[in-house]
Design a binder for this molecule. Structure first.
Ligand code: BES
Ligand code: MN
Ligand code: ZN
Length: 496
């Protein structure tokens, strides 16, 4: 599948499916749409008058041209009200179009833009279209496989003057969408395929592809680093842990890196504090934070961002066995703080504790961790957005700005001292579970024990990691949330 830019009058475009974006009730003000209407003998006006199509966001209409135009069909795609327009309107509209049966049968698809629209319309369209049609086909066979027929996707504009901006927007949209898809795919792979070892192999091959430095610590080196908390979580499983370090250098050697940490539990059964069977299969996705940061650093390299970036991904499988960590156990951590284990299902914060401490090695200018950390996140923001917590107003503000630009929703929660107090242990320095209250906030307060003297933000993506029903550009399954947000954050990076 090739993405190409071009210049053409609307009525001259030769393709299987020509997509024309429309504003709600915008026929009268849209000269291109009026032109199409004329060529098609007034069909579009009729359709608007009848109320079959009005241009509402995510509304579509497929019109066969019966040789009145060089394209086989015209697809009208609603953007909604003009005053509410933003890049996400295009992302959504393109995502909706991408799943139409007519599109699935098309060898060639073409989008038409009036000029370069505001609000990064082209980039949003590329992202929405590629993300909307993503499907995980690896484990299907025969007819179930549903192979792709699209060969080319053209993005046309009327004037040559916009060509270089158009090409840039297409490439940027494509890189971002591909990296979201990589994260979705890695997350969707089952736990018997993605283990700490195979995840680390994947990191190695990505590093080769995108010129990153990759170091993988095996269990001996993890032990050597005194990452006792990571070792403790891994102990119940036959699968040994791994610790992946990916480094991208896009700035001078003296520039302090931004460190991204992703939770990499390749399957979370809960351990001895076993989860209930209901939805336990979803816990194969407990490494999405790791998949996300790996995609983000790949994108940073592909986009040649002028930054130094380090990714840390602690990897383990959380299973019960005769060797497994038990409630009541007291363990050490890399930082040297002792941890009383109240519940072995609070494993994510244990492996992140060691990764956060390890981040200090890089003298970071900022650290961001992203993790499917607490089921309690569902009661904070529902399936709609991700709670964020941190210790630095400027960094939090930058994350919120990136959230606004990408429509990957986040909301700040407080890191009050009282939550930290709930995580103190009677017998050790800290405990890994507090009381019933404020589970997402106390988990972040636990992590705070292990950070250094640098700006830090924690993003809890539990429950927004999996889409249950399907949205315009987020099909059912792993969402890859955070990839677009963090790429945007890094693209707009200012020294904190
Ligand atoms: N990986 C889970 C959190 C999670 C739950 C992610 C649902 C995605 C969807 C985490 O390791 C966990 O098990 N947390 C427990 C903690 C509890 C025992 C205090 C939880 O939130 O249920
Ligand atoms: Mn757990
Ligand atoms: Zn977990």
């Amino acid at each position: 599948m090739k993405l190409l830019s071009g210049m053409s009058k609307l009525r001259k475009i030769e393709t299987s499916s020509l997509i024309k974006f429309c504003f709600q009730d915008g026929l009268e003000k849209d000269t291109h749409l009026k032109e199409l209407n004329k060529i098609l003998g007034g069909a579009i006006k009729k359709i608007y008058d009848s109320g079959e199509f009005s241009g509402k966001l995510n509304q579509t209409l497929v019109l066969h041209t019966l040789s009145q135009l060089p394209c086989e069909r015209v697809i009208l795609a609603g953007l909604g009200e003009k005053r509410k327009l933003n890049a996400d309107s295009y992302r959504q509209a393109a995502g909706t179009v991408s799943r139409l049966t007519a599109i699935k049968r098309s060898k060639a698809v073409a989008f038409f833009f009036n000029g370069i629209e505001k609000y990064d319309a082209v980039q949003g369209t590329v992202e929405g279209f590629l993300l909307g049609r993503f499907g995980m086909n690896d484990y299907k066979t025969g007819e179930n496989k549903n192979e792709d027929v699209i060969e080319t996707i053209h993005f046309y504009t009327v004037s040559k003057q916009h060509q270089s901006r158009l090409d840039k927007a297409i490439l940027r949209g494509q890189i971002i969408a591909e990296e979201v898809i990589s994260a979705r795919r890695l997350t969707a792979h089952p736990g018997n395929v993605i283990t700490p070892t195979t995840f680390a192999e994947e990191a190695f091959s990505l590093a080769k592809k995108y010129r990153l430095k990759c170091t993988v610590l095996d269990e001996n080196r993890i032990r050597g680093e005194k990452m006792d908390a990571l070792m403790a979580v891994a102990r119940g499983s036959e699968q040994p842990p791994r610790f992946v370090i990916l480094e991208y250098r896009g700035a001078k050697a003296g520039i302090k890196p931004i460190v991204l940490i992703g939770k990499g539990i390749t399957f979370d059964s809960g351990g001895i504090s076993l989860k209930s069977a209901l939805d336990m299969d979803e816990m194969k996705g407990d490494m999405m934070g790791g998949a996300v940061v790996m995609s983000v650093i790949s994108a940073a390299s592909r986009l040649r961002l002028p930054l130094n970036i380090v990714c840390l991904i602690p990897l383990a499988e959380n299973l019960p066995s005769g060797r497994a960590l038990k409630p009541g156990d007291i363990i050490n951590s890399r930082k040297g703080k002792t941890i009383e284990i109240i519940n072995t299902d609070c494993e994510g914060r244990l492996i992140l504790a060691d990764a956060l401490d390890y981040a200090g090695k890089f003298k970071p200018q900022a650290v961001i961790d992203i993790a499917t950390l607490t089921g309690a996140a569902l009661y904070v923001l529902g399936y709609i957005g991700a709670p964020i917590l941190g210790n630095n107003k400027k960094l939090l503000k930058a994350v919120k700005a990136a959230s606004g630009a990408t429509a990957e929703k986040v909301w700040e929660m407080p890191l009050w001292e009282e939550y930290g107090a709930l995580m103190k242990s009677d017998i050790a320095d800290v405990r890994n579970l507090g009381e019933k209250q404020a589970g997402t906030l106390t988990a972040a307060a636990f992590l705070e024990n292990f950070i250094g003297d640098w700006p830090w933000v924690h993003i809890d993506i539990a429950y927004v990691d999996i889409e249950k029903s399907g949205k315009p550009y987020i099909p059912k399954g792993a969402t890859g949330i955070g990839v677009r947000l963090l790429i945007e954050l890094l693209s707009q990076w200012r020294r904190i």
